[in-house]
Design a protein around this ligand. Structure first.
Ligand code: SAM
Length: 244
C-alpha cells in the first residue's frame, strides 16, 4: 500500500510542536520520523547510494556490517534487501528500534549509545561501519570514542562511511553550541587522521530539492591499502535520484 504523503504543514508542525510535545509517545514520533525521513529527507536515496557503493567495493554479500544510530532502519532495510544480511544495527532509542524490528527480524539489533565503546565487540570484527544523519548527536568526547571504536573494531582494510550532512552544521550548533562535535568534513578528517584512518574517496551528494540536502560522503579505510580506489583531490558530484 502506498504511504500517505505528509503535507508541508504537518512537517513544520512536527518540527516545532509535535516533536517537543509530551502527549505523543516516543513510538508515535519514531513512526512519523520514519515516513518523514523517506519523504522529505530522502534517506532512501542515500541508502541506495550506500548499497551501490558497497556493491562496487566488496566482492561478496557476507561482509559483516555495523550500523550505528540506525534509527527506524531505512538504510538497513535497503542494504538487507540488496543481500547484505550480516548486519549489526544499534540505536539509543528503543522506539526507533521497534519500528526497525517490524521491517527486519533476523538481524542483530542492540540498544546502545554510540558515544560509548561497544564492550562486547571484539577487535577486527567488521568489514564496514557507518552512521547516517547522527553526527550532531555525538558528544565531543563521544565523537573521539566513535572513531577509536571504528579503528579498533574494523578489520584491516575495512571501511568507515561518514556521510557529513551539511544541514548538521547549524543543527549541532543550535543544539549544543560550543559543546558541538565536529561537523565539517575537514575537521572530521583531522580527527580520523589521529587514529590512522585515511579518507580514500569522497563524493558530494545532492539528495534533496534545490540542493537543500547535500552531503559530503567520506570513505575512510583502516590500514595502508591502495587497492580500493585511487584517492582524488577533487570530490565527484552526484545528484541522487528518487527510487522507483
Ligand atoms: C536523524 S536520525 C537518523 C536515523 C537513521 N540513521 C537514518 O538515517 O534514517 C538520528 C538517530 O540517532 C539516534 N541517536 C541519537 N543519539 C544517539 C546516541 N547517543 N547513540 C545512538 N543513537 C543515537 C536517534 O535515536 C535517531 O534514531
Amino acid at each position: 500500500m502506498k504511504e500517505k504523503k505528509i503535507s508541508w504543514w504537518a512537517l513544520f508542525k512536527w518540527a516545532f510542536v509535535d516533536n517537543n510535545d509530551n502527549s505523543y509517545t516516543s513510538e508515535e514520533k519514531s513512526r512519523f520520523y520514519d515516513r518523514l525521513a523517506k519523504q522529505y529527507f530522502h534517506r532512501d536515496r542515500l541508502a541506495k547510494f550506500i548499497s551501490d557503493y558497497t556493491d562496487n567495493i566488496f566482492s561478496n554479500k557476507d561482509i559483516k556490517i555495523c550500523e550505528r544510530a540506525g534509527g527506524s532502519g531505512i538504510i538497513t532495510k535497503i542494504l538487507y534487501n540488496n543481500g547484505y544480511k550480516n548486519i549489526r544495527v544499534s540505536d539509543l532509542s528503543e522506539s526507533q528500534l521497534i519500528v526497525l524490528k517490524e521491517k527486519l527480524t533476523d538481524i542483530e539489533i542492540v540498544v546502545e549509545d554510540f558515544n560509548q565503546i561497544m564492550s562486547e565487540v571484539k577487535d577486527n570484527s567488521f568489514d564496514l561501519i557507518f552512521q547516517t544523519g547522527a553526527t550532531r548527536f555525538m558528544t565531543k568526547e563521544g565523537q573521539i570514542t566513535y572513531i577509536k571504536e571504528a579503528a579498533r573494531t574494523l578489520k584491516d582494510g575495512g571501511l568507515l562511511y561518514w556521510p557529513v550532512m551539511w544541514v548538521e552544521v547549524p543543527l549541532a550548533l543550535l543544539k549544543k553550541g560550543f559543546k558541538s562535535p565536529k561537523t565539517l568534513s575537514i575537521s572530521i578528517r583531522k580527527l580520523l587522521k589521529k587514529e590512522n584512518l585515511k579518507v580514500i574517496d569522497k563524493s558530494i551528494l545532492i539528495h534533496g530539492k534545490l540542493g537543500l540536502l547535500t552531503t559530503t560522503f567520506l570513505i575512510i579505510q583502516k590500514g595502508n591499502h591502495q587497492n580500493i580506489k585511487p584517492s582524488s583531490p577533487l570530490p565527484s558530484f552526484q545528484f541522487l535520484k528518487a527510487i522507483q
